[in-house]
Ligand binder design. Structure first.
Ligand SMILES: [Zn+2]
Length: 152
């Protein structure tokens, strides 16, 4: 079995992320907005180096976060770029804040068996959920009938 991708490793250790069928759904590390990405291809999320590689940051999973592609690009272009950095203290505070957020969200990696199937065997395809939905639909119909159908 191939090693989990970086995105997978980050999602499994970020407590805002849950698996829903083929998707991982959680929160962008930068803007905190809803973020989802394809569990197999990774499409939809970028891997953000919180301390950029140009500043000595590495691939330690605690230095990595999942972000919207545009949030990742914005940070790379306008904040990580030394030429555009007008206020070093503010930049350090920002990076420190993201590192702290990543630590706050940390969880021990979800076990592989919970996440290995990318074909959507959980969530909306969960059979018990399906049965519950059917039951409530049947109950709703019965209730409706008992109101509208006169008993003779
Ligand atoms: Zn974002």
């Amino acid at each position: 079995m191939p090693a989990p991708s970086l995105r997978e490793q980050i999602a499994r250790t970020d407590n805002t992320f849950e698996r829903a069928g083929r998707l991982w759904i959680g929160k962008c590390l930068i803007c905190n907005g809803r973020l989802s990405f394809d569990a197999r291809g990774g499409f939809g999320a970028n891997v953000e180096h919180i301390v950029p590689r140009t500043e000595g940051g590495d691939n330690d999973v605690l230095n990595l976060g999942l972000t919207h592609p545009h949030c990742n690009a914005e940070k790379g272009r306008n904040w990580d770029n030394r030429k555009k950095r007008s206020d070093a203290a503010r930049y350090e505070a920002l990076v420190g804040g993201f590192l702290a957020r990543r630590k706050e969200r940390w969880r021990d990696p979800l076990p592989e068996e919970d996440v290995k199937d990318a074909r959507g065997q959980s969530g909306w395809q969960d059979p018990s959920r399906y049965i519950d939905t059917r039951r409530s639909a049947v109950a709703a119909v019965q209730q409706h009938e008992s109101v509208t159908t006169p008993h003779v």
